[in-house]
Structures are given as C-alpha cells and as structure tokens.
Write a protein that binds this ligand. Sequence first.
Ligand code: IMP
Ligand code: MG
Length: 182
Amino acid sequence: MSDRAYVIDTMISAKAIAARIEELCREIQTEFADTDKLVVVGLLRGSFVFIADLVRELDLPIEVDFLEASSYGDAMESSREVRILKDLRGAIEGRDVLVVEDIVDTGHTLNHVTHLLQSRSPARLKSIALLDKPSRREVDFRSDWIGFEIPDEFVVGYGIDYAQRNRNLPFIGKVRFVADAE
Ligand code: IMP
Ligand code: MG
C-alpha cells in the first residue's frame, strides 16, 4: 500500500499556517497570561514542526517536554488502543500544561493523553491541535484550540508523515493516489 504512487496537492500553505499560529498564540497568551511557567508538551513525532513554530511565537515563560504515544504505525488507519512509548521527563503536578498535537482524527490519542496527564494533577491543562477532522471522531473529544478543520483526507507535511515520509514539506498537502505509470 505505501508503495502505491501518489501526488501531494497543497491544502494549507506555509503562509496560512504562520498567520493562524499568530492568532492562536494571542489566545494562548490571554489564557495563560498569569502563568509563572507553561509546560508545552509536544506529541512525537508529528507535532515537532508545529511546536517549534508555536513556541517561537509565544511570549510566555515556557518549558518544553515531549511525549510519544503509539499511533498509525506505517498505515493510514488509526489504532484504537493508545500506548505511551515515551513519557514526559518532568513532573507536571501543580503546573500549567499545554499539549500540542498535529491532528485530531478519531480522537483516541488526545483523549487518552489528556486523561493521563489530568491524573497527574496539573494546575491547568489545555490542548491545541493544528488540524481537526471532526467527521472522523469516535470519542467525544474537543481540543481547546484548533488551527484548521479539514475534511476526511489523508494529509502530510509540516511534521506529518505518510509511512515516515514528507514530514519536511513546509505546507500541509493532501495525498492523492494515482494509477501506476508502467
Ligand atoms: P487519532 O487517535 O485517531 O485522533 O489519531 C491521531 C494521530 O493519527 C495523529 O497524531 C496523527 O499521527 C495520525 N493521523 C491522523 N490523520 C492523519 C493524516 O491525515 N495523515 C497522517 N497522520 C494522521
Ligand atoms: Mg501523531
């Protein structure tokens, strides 16, 4: 399946992403205006580009930590069982926490991760996802901030992969399979 030929059509330009991140950061700064330190938690690996742009636009005292949850593997379908592959380095009890995700799809990943982190008694816990595919939701989960709502399309770029490829595209593109040219 992953060696089927495909092309990538631009869905969200790098410029549109940057403009949206500025807006989101104004809102996050308002929400956490009084924080002494915000722990920004990136979900590996898909959020690494988003979190890098986000923290450079955030005018708040922050710390960065990472967590890795199991996801698609190399396939296009989500696994419903979420496992923690790499936990946070730091404790978050009594801290302000912002979880940063690339896409909310079925909702299982962020739902599981936010419940896990909530059980560690942070002072405030919020989440942000660059993309949201609400039509795919299987659990009742809503991220506090969403960059863009998108239709049920498989996307790549800006940190997001298909079989580990295309993470380095500066924009969000949609994968379109084409008939093999023999
Ligand atoms: P969920 O648990 O179904 O919400 O899945 C979330 C994870 O699935 C995201 O963090 C992505 O890693 C992955 N995912 C969902 N949709 C896409 C997509 O269109 N392209 C690549 N990865 C995706
Ligand atoms: Mg992911």
